[in-house]
Design a protein around this ligand. Structure first.
Ligand code: ATP
Ligand code: MG
Length: 255
């Protein structure tokens, strides 16, 4: 038997914004595969096209050239967590988390139960009837995470989901996500600025160049699954982090 078909595959993918002399080449060309159950992390300098890639993967933006293939076995959608949360201020926290389930027409009673379960896991049980405007930035981001996970997506697309969290909470949620994805084997494409985060979470870490972002390197963190947050203190962790930084540094220097 050969390799299983990737769940997500891009071929020669690129995106340009605007036209003529004002055109901005934001991304690619880029070839990327994510295998079933694989957790792929992408790191790259600011403005290199990471969010553009994720929005294309989520079907929110068309590529200028190339192709995107998403191969899911059920009608469950790919779920996306935006860099800037994308939660609705006029809906309660509970209604925000239930949102994807409502779209799937999950019966209200079950949808409420699942949404409350995810709120509890995110430490937000007491805020179900609050409105997002009354929450802190980190709490809002946890609402967005709960909303995406509540639909139990086949593919999870995460764009710096932990960026607004303090260091402690970030570590806790990284460990939670590690547990969760190792249990569910959810195929995940995860964008982050943090090399540590990419190494803890990823089966593979892809390094993108400056804009227009291409993949310039790939590393496999040498930690078997199931793994825990303890890998943070392994010597191989520090070595890989320095190696990734050497790859990234020339790209991160402002042109
Ligand atoms: N809708 C748009 N119209 C025009 N230009 C855009 C649009 N969206 C993104 N760009 C440009 O495309 C480039 C890549 O943007 P993108 O948001 O994908 O970067 P990023 O890697 O996610 O950056 P960051 O790490 O800061 O989030 C940038 O130069 C940005 O200005
Ligand atoms: Mg971005």
């Amino acid at each position: 038997m050969g390799e299983p078909h990737p769940k997500l595959e891009t071929t020669d993918l690129s995106r340009t914004f605007g036209r003529g002399s004002a055109a901005v080449d934001a991304l690619g060309p880029l070839d990327l595969t994510v295998a079933p159950g694989e957790f792929v992390c992408i790191v790259g300098p600011s403005g290199c096209g990471k969010s553009t890639l994720l929005r294309i993967a989520g079907g929110l933006l068309r590529p200028s050239t190339g192709e995107l293939a998403i191969r899911t076995s059920s009608p469950r959608p790919a779920a996306m967590i935006f860099q800037d949360y994308g939660i609705y201020d006029w809906k309660t926290v509970l209604a925000n988390v239930r949102f994807g389930l409502d779209i799937q027409r999950v019966p209200r009673r079950e949808a409420n139960a699942r949404a409350r379960d995810w709120l509890a896991r995110m430490g937000l049980a007491d805020f179900a009837s609050a409105y997002p405007a009354t929450l802190s930035g980190g709490m809002r981001q946890r609402v967005a995470i709960a909303r995406a996970l509540a639909v139990e997506p086949e593919i999870l697309l995460m764009d710096e989901p932990f960026a607004a969290l303090d260091a402690q909470l970030r570590t806790i949620l990284q460990d939670e996500l590690l547990d969760l994805t190792q249990t569910t084997r959810t195929t995940t494409l995860f964008i982050t600025h943090s090399l540590e985060e990419a190494i803890v979470l990823g089966d593979r870490v892809l390094v993108m160049s400056a804009r227009p972002g291409r993949i310039i390197a790939e590393r496999r963190p040498p930690f078997p699954r199931p793994r825990s947050g303890d890998v943070r203190s392994a010597p191989e962790f520090t070595t890989l982090k320095s190696e990734l930084w050497e790859l990234l540094r020339p790209e991160a220097v402002p042109a």
